[in-house]
Design a protein around this ligand. Structure first.
Ligand SMILES: Nc1nc2c(c(=O)[nH]1)N[C@H]1C(S)=C(S)[C@@H](COP(=O)(O)O)O[C@H]1N2
Ligand SMILES: [Mo]
Length: 302
């Protein structure tokens, strides 16, 4: 896990103590004073000074189409979402299917801080200090059966609370999916917080997926169902436009969206201004995840 977006220690920062810290602790320390030192090292490096986005930026510029398609709609309307009580149905090819209460999930999981870069397919990005747990831990709790190959996710569908679902922008409920090995990857988390506070509704309360090497739409919000299956599940944006949005949706600067370039992105905020920066393969997580796609042609399996 040498990626600069999660383990931001530079060589000179790595003390003997740090060498004994496990990965979780190092990542947890990313925000606590270690900061983003060393981000300007590689050739296609992001500009110096790229910092975690502010809480205000992260919670006011959102995509959550159930509450409207404007970037400020989720912050305006998502408050109507009832998140207590919340249960997550875990079903399909698992040993212990059932409705898991959110509080019980929280009790069983280890909450960590993960400073991740987040890249939307619309070519903007942020750097977000999530709190959450590894999806693998939740799946292991439910007991994944040997034939399972994919994980399907579903967002709550509450017409009374979600003004956006009155419009057929997408085929509601919002659904997403991962291959099982992607779902079990240690970078894949269920986020329950931002900057150490409970995640706000506009960001997908009470828990949402975060897959940092994929375009943002894979990171499905307000999850109510997780299904283990042996067939590739349908995904909302692929259903809406298969030519523009594939199942994998890995961040890839060499494969343009049919209507715009993916070579660069607008880093929201970044101090005083939004900056245009180079987009990196797998959003900078290539070292960690490239092996998942060995032998695949990522210009075709998009
Ligand atoms: N249920 C649901 N999940 C969703 C979306 C959505 O519209 N509905 N938008 C996706 C898109 S396109 C992006 S970029 C991210 C945005 O997450 P953020 O608002 O927390 O930055 O959420 C993703 N998850
Ligand atoms: Mo997005």
């Amino acid at each position: 896990m040498a990626n600069r977006w999660i383990n931001t220690l530079t060589e000179k920062d790595v003390t003997p103590e740090a060498a004994f810290m496990n990965r979780r602790q190092i990542m947890g320390g990313a925000l606590a004073g270690i900061g983003l030192a060393g981000i300007s090292s590689s050739a296609s490096a992001a500009p110096e000074g790229l910092e975690p986005n502010t809480y205000e930026e992260i919670t006011s510029y959102n995509n959550y189409y159930e509450f409207g398609t404007g970037k400020d709609d989720p912050a305006k309307y998502a408050d109507a979402l009832t998140i207590e009580p919340w249960t997550v149905e875990i079903d399909g090819m698992v040993d212990k299917p059932g409705a898991y209460a959110f509080e019980d999930i929280l009790k069983a999981m280890t909450i960590e801080e993960r400073l991740y870069k987040f890249r939307c397919v619309e070519a903007w990005s942020m750097v977000i200090p999530w709190n959450g747990f590894e999806l693998a831990d939740l799946l292991n709790m439910a007991g994944v059966q040997s034939g399972a190959k994919y994980v399907a996710f579903e967002t709550a569908l509450r017409p009374d609370e979600m003004p956006g679902v009155a419009y057929p922008v997408l085929d509601w409920p919002y659904v997403e999916g991962l291959r099982l090995d992607e779902a079990m990857h240690p970078l894949t988390i269920m986020a329950t917080g931002v900057y150490g506070k409970d995640i706000l509704k506009q960001n997908g309360a009470p828990l949402r997926l975060v897959v940092p090497w994929k375009y943002g739409y894979k990171s499905i919000k307000s999850v109510v169902r997780i299904t283990l299956t042996d067939t590739q599940p349908p995904t909302s944006w692929n259903k809406a436009n298969a030519r523009e949005y594939g199942f994998y949706s890995n961040v890839n600067p060499t494969v343009d969206h049919p209507r715009w370039s993916q070579a660069t992105e607008r880093a929201i905020g970044s101090g005083l201004f939004s900056k245009r920066i180079e987009t990196e393969m797998f959003n900078g997580y290539e070292e960690d995840v490239a092996a998942l796609y060995a032998g695949m042609d990522l210009t075709k399996d998009t």
